[in-house]
Write a protein that binds this ligand. Structure first.
Ligand code: DQA
Length: 141
């Protein structure tokens, strides 16, 4: 099992950005945790972060035929990007949506998830552990 973990804009600012919402752990810690979870689950993992919508679309397209599963936190693009939704649908790779915060209890504009419409599982508001749960879901498939 080869998993691609994609993080959208400002996820690289973890630990600095709004710690009351996203916690104190930084992006480096998230990467370390993801690599440890991959070892535990005996799967391969690659992580990708971008602030650019097109770069995320490119990465999803490049995943075709290479990765067996995608864990994606599209961050703000969750709520705006039909392009990311279409890219996920184009490649048809099983995908899990992750949000660190509980977007269901936040602003109205966060209540729609375009990317989520192409995901088979949604892990919301579980902090960094959400990535672990998403990886477990894909590995147990
Ligand atoms: C987020 C939630 C989004 O609404 C927000 O724009 C983010 C992070 C989360 O992980 O909780 O950047 O995806």
């Amino acid at each position: 099992m080869k998993i691609l973990v994609i993080n959208g804009p400002n996820i690289n600012m973890l630990g600095i950005r709004e710690p009351g919402i996203y916690g104190n752990d930084n992006y480096k810690t998230l990467m370390e945790k993801i690599h440890n979870w991959a070892e535990e689950l005996e799967c391969q993992v690659e992580c990708f972060q971008s602030n650019h919508e097109g770069a995320i679309v490119d990465k999803i397209q490049e995943a075709y035929g290479v990765f067996d599963g995608i864990v994606i936190n599209p961050a703000a693009y969750t709520h705006t990007s039909v392009a990311i939704l279409d890219a996920l649908k184009s490649v048809g790779i099983p995908a899990v949506e992750v949000h660190i915060s509980d977007v269901t209890k936040r602003e109205d504009f966060r209540q729609v998830s375009f990317a989520g419409m192409a995901c088979e599982e949604h892990i919301i508001g579980k902090g960094l552990e959400g990535y672990h749960l998403a990886m477990q879901y894909l590995c147990n498939k």
